[in-house]
Design a protein. Structure first.
Length: 97
């Protein structure tokens, strides 16, 4: 049940997790996202920056490697997929390199 623009709750037991909409600003002829103050704050302030993002993407790839359907699309388990993906997200949303 949506209670306001920033909180989701279930049966009035309090918030499940905060959320809010952060629009993506497209640049480069609509071909890429351009980092904004809001998207950077989402990654840096709310998520905690690159280290937690890498933990999340590494966890995703760890599960993807164990999934027969997804794993067939991953060429090598030795590539640093999670780290590379986290750095790409960080670059696009926070403006990092």
């Amino acid at each position: 049940v949506k209670t306001d623009d920033t909180t989701s709750s279930n049966d009035n037991n309090g918030p499940l997790h905060p959320y809010h909409f952060v629009p993506l600003r497209m640049g480069g002829n609509g071909r890429t996202h351009v980092a904004t103050t809001a998207s950077a704050a989402l990654i840096i302030d709310e998520l905690g920056g690159l280290p937690p993002l890498e933990r999340m993407t590494n966890a995703f790839y760890g599960k993807a490697f164990r999934d027969k359907t997804l794993d067939q699309f991953i060429r090598s388990h030795s590539d640093p997929h999670g780290s590379r993906f986290a750095r790409w997200i960080h670059q696009k949303l926070a403006g990092g390199t």
